[in-house]
Design a protein around this ligand. Structure first.
Ligand SMILES: Nc1nc2c(c(=O)[nH]1)N[C@H]1C(S)=C(S)[C@@H](COP(=O)(O)OP(=O)(O)OC[C@H]3O[C@@H](n4cnc5c(=O)[nH]c(N)nc54)[C@H](O)[C@@H]3O)O[C@H]1N2
Ligand SMILES: Nc1nc2c(c(=O)[nH]1)N[C@H]1C(S)=C(S)[C@@H](COP(=O)(O)OP(=O)(O)OC[C@H]3O[C@@H](n4cnc5c(=O)[nH]c(N)nc54)[C@H](O)[C@@H]3O)O[C@H]1N2
Ligand SMILES: [Mo]
Length: 761
């Protein structure tokens, strides 16, 4: 193992560039199927090809022949691996043995090949036929005292077609229990933006990035998580747009970027400066920054009438006076204390914001995974509204989604709190009475399993056991179930932490050819810019026994409910028929099948982008929430005499959520190791810690439950004093189940109050 890091500039080269390409190639070769991988790559994000399963960034309209990135290559190569987790594998390894394996080793075993049933008597998984598997699920569902004792989890990779059928099945069966990865991800964006603007999605398209005068990137690491976004930012930067990064860490990818698709930049080893300005606030300090920008704007507005878009505010907004009052009553002291920036920093941001006509704010998990995440999202919108930056070309709000179809899943009905209009549309179309009461979100689902109120867990993709908080309690929750079922491509922790019975149902991946009785199928997905487009797999399936997600959902539905209300089997034989159903039920999808024939798909119109506000007042709403009284570490200080830190949990460059591709985090200078914690050098000194010391990280909470992780190596890094960063999912045991965002239930993965102690040797 070797870790190397020297205070903040660990990687000497620009992001992207040759390093990225070399690493991509290496990954491809490692999958032992590079020929098929390369053939597949050229079809990524191309008309007639497949949507890259990497992330939800929009496709460039004018992209050339190639439109993929290093981490997209990893995602594709990982799916196209030559390794298989066959019945021999399961005969060889007992569950008890697999429980000792780390997440990387589990997934690295290869693609799942046939349905498997866990037998507690010999502690092994054994092959089972598809029909038997469907019957077993049906029996378990039918014998529950209430449909609300079943949970239907979704991860955001499922297609619109699979997700639509899945939610329809759950609702005809009788429950709204649709916890999903959104609950842990951009839930706060959906709720906050809906409250403010009446629609829960971003208001910009990829074209707006070509027109913006300034782009502010809040709490997001695109160099790793949305690398194609760097190409968009690079172009904007080159034509003179101001790019401002606000990030708790100095992230390499936000600083300089050499576009692997720009031969000139590659040849002369040059790069483009991405962010001209970079601010590193305290964790959870963004709402204070935004409040500061607003305060400065109001102060400037007393002598300069161009500071605010008074016309827009008067015509389109509600609640301006209350907001103004809330801003004026927030002291500069509080703003500077919570943000940990200087007054000059905030004035500089305000200068850039106020002197740019068209401004885009983008954001991701650094905003949404805090206690006050909904309020912060609303504050982002408040500041945009002050200068009319919503519904104007080149301006707007851009929550950058995570999973490649997480936005589409929500659009087609994966939601534990469905609107009554949506339920009414289902009732009309299928002549049944959908369940009215809200279902459980992800965290509520864990509580329900712990309380034995939920007994059957079905996961359409994802890795619930590893992605959720409070690992020990989550494991107990899953173990309490009568049956756990996972529709998956690869072996993961959720297959190893089982209910009394457990099924693994292996499915096709996005890159694979999907043949049904009516012929070869395409699926559809929606990106962060509300573009809906089709995706067609190119590779031979990893095993002849795989079924598509859609076929599996239809198989379970058919076995459980029969075909009288919905003709599941017919629909699964021809996905075009499912799209017709979506057209009939969900607004915006008229002529769905025709419109996906267009080269880059079609745009689902966002009303807020047209300045149509679907709010109670029919106006855009200013919110006027106060800054949090105290941030996480201040609250926690009451419970301990030790120095309290705020820990954020984040992704390395070599992972996709709980999927660990490798042990390096190149841009942060970490190699061969994941159990590391990034700390401020002065804080380390105070704690008598040296680089490489082994530490125990302990959660500070008042609930009496001990939560800690051991043997993490401490690394000095450019991070504000009092803050720490470490990788997920290794740190999920530290996140209390009760520590969730106000009004939205997202675990506070980016602000956990912890102490740091040198490990006992
Ligand atoms: N290769 C790859 N691509 C991915 C994923 C992946 O794991 N790997 N995951 C996908 C998914 S599901 C998602 S949701 C996205 C995630 O995309 P990101 O949100 O970029 O993911 P994180 O690694 O959690 O990074 C959060 C960033 O916010 C910063 N940050 C944390 N807290 C704060 C704060 O309080 N304020 C500010 N200003 N900054 C803060 C961190 O330093 C870090 O740079 O990426 C998607 N794409
Ligand atoms: N501490 C901490 N925890 C977090 C986060 C954090 O920042 N910090 N981030 C949260 C966020 S933003 C998210 S979105 C969640 C992610 O939570 P999930 O979406 O549940 O987790 P993933 O790791 O993306 O799921 C990986 C698994 O999906 C399966 N899979 C891959 N491709 C396919 C496919 O095409 N079809 C099917 N059916 N299965 C497939 C594979 O078996 C793989 O093992 O984690 C959350 N958890
Ligand atoms: Mo996510």
């Amino acid at each position: 193992m070797s870790t190397s890091s020297k205070n903040g500039s660990p990687y000497p080269h620009p992001a992207g560039g040759w390093g990225a390409l070399k690493s991509s190639a290496k990954h491809l070769i490692q999958t032992e199927k590079s020929a098929q991988g390369v053939k597949t790559l050229l079809k990524a994000n191309q008309p007639g090809g497949f949507d890259c399963p990497g992330c939800a960034w929009g496709d460039e309209k004018k992209a050339g022949k190639i439109d993929f990135c290093e981490n997209g290559v990893k995602a594709i190569a990982w799916e196209a691996t030559g390794k298989r987790t066959s019945d021999e594998f399961f005969a060889q390894h007992s569950l008890t043995e697999l429980q000792q394996w780390d997440d990387h080793s589990l997934e690295k075993s290869g693609r799942l090949t046939e349905p498997m049933l866990y037998d507690a008597r010999d502690d092994h998984y054994h092959p089972i036929s598809w029909d038997e598997a469907f019957s077993l699920i049906a029996e378990n569902l039918q014998q529950l005292a209430s449909p609300n004792e079943a949970l239907f989890y979704t991860s955001g990779r499922a297609s619109n077609e699979a997700a639509y059928l899945y939610q329809l099945f759950g609702r005809v069966y009788g429950t709204n229990n649709f916890p999903d990865c959104s609950n842990m991800c951009h839930e706060a964006s959906g709720i906050g933006v809906t409250r403010s603007l009446g629609t829960g999605k971003g208001t910009v398209t990829i074209d707006d990035f070509e027109l913006a005068d300034a782009i502010f990137v809040f709490g997001q690491n695109p160099g790793t998580n949305h690398p194609r976004m760097l190409g968009t930012l690079r172009k904007a930067s080159k034509r003179g747009a101001r790019i401002v990064a606000i990030n708790n860490l100095q992230e390499k990818g936000l600083q300089h970027f050499a576009d692997p698709q720009s031969p000139k930049e590659m040849l002369i080893f040059s790069s483009t400066t991405i962010s001209q300005h970079y601010f590193t606030p305290r964790l959870g300090g963004d709402m204070a920054i935004l409040r500061g920008i607003a305060k400065s704007l109001f102060e400037r507005a007393t002598t300069n009438s161009t500071m605010l878009d008074n016309d827009f505010i008067a015509r389109h907004c509600h609640g301006f006076e209350e907001y103004k009052q809330a801003v004026e009553s927030t002291s500069w002291g509080k703003i500077l204390q919570q943000s940990a920036l200087t007054r000059a920093d905030i004035e500089l941001m305000t200068d850039i914001y106020a002197h740019s006509d068209k401004v885009i704010f983008t954001w991701a998990m650094g905003i949404t995974q805090h206690k006050h995440s909904v309020a912060t999202v609303q504050e982002l919108i408040n500041v945009l509204l002050l200068r009319g930056n919503i519904g104007k070309a080149g301006a707007g709000a851009c929550p950058v989604r995570g999973h490649s179809n997480v936005q589409g899943n929500r659009t087609v009905g994966i939601n534990e709190k469905p609107s009554s209009a949506f339920l009414e549309a289902l009732a009309q179309r299928y002549h049944f009475t959908p369940p009215k009461s809200n279902g459980f979100n992800t965290v509520e689902s864990i509580h329900a399993m712990l309380a034995k109120q939920a007994k059957v867990f079905i996961g359409l993709g994802g890795n619930f056991a590893a992605a959720t908080p409070d690992t020990e309690r989550t494991y107990q929750a899953l173990k309490n179930c009568d049956l756990t079922v996972h529709i998956s491509t690869k072996l993961n922790r959720s297959h190893i932490v089982t209910g009394k019975k457990a099924l693994i149902l292996p499915c096709l991946g996005r890159t694979e050819i999907d043949n049904q009785s009516s012929g070869e199928q395409c699926i559809t997905v929606e990106d962060s810019m509300s573009m809906v487009h089709s995706s067609r797999g190119q590779n031979e399936p990893a095993s002849p026994l795989l079924k598509s997600e859609t076929a599996i959902v239809a198989g379970i539905a058919n076995a459980t409910l029969g075909e009288s209300i919905v003709p599941w089997s017919n629909l699964a034989n021809d996905y075009g028929l499912i799209r017709d159903e979506i057209s009939a039920v969900i607004p915006g999808f008229t002529d769905y099948n025709q419109r996906i024939e267009e080269k880059r798909g079609f745009y689902l119109q966002n009303p807020a982008a047209l300045r149509q506000w679907n709010t109670a007042t029919s106006k855009a709403m200013f919110s006027h929430t106060a800054l949090p009284e105290q941030l996480a570490f201040e609250v926690a200080e009451q419970y301990t005499k030790s120095l309290v830190f705020t820990l954020q949990t984040l992704r390395s460059h070599d992972q996709y959520n709980t999927t660990i591709y490798g042990m390096n985090d190149r841009y942060r200078g970490v190699y061969g190791e994941r159990r590391v914690v990034f700390a401020n050098a002065e804080d380390m000194e105070k704690q008598h810690l040296k680089e490489g010391d082994s530490v125990t990280i302990k959660t500070v909470s008042s609930d009496g439950i001990e939560r800690s992780v051991q043997h993490f190596k401490v690394i000095p890094y450019q991070i504000p004093s009092g803050c720490l960063a470490a990788y997920y999912p290794e740190t999920n045991p530290l996140v209390p189940l009760e520590s969730t965002a106000d009004d939205c239930g997202t675990p506070t993965y980016k602000s956990i109050a912890v102490t740091l102690e040198k490990s006992a040797t």
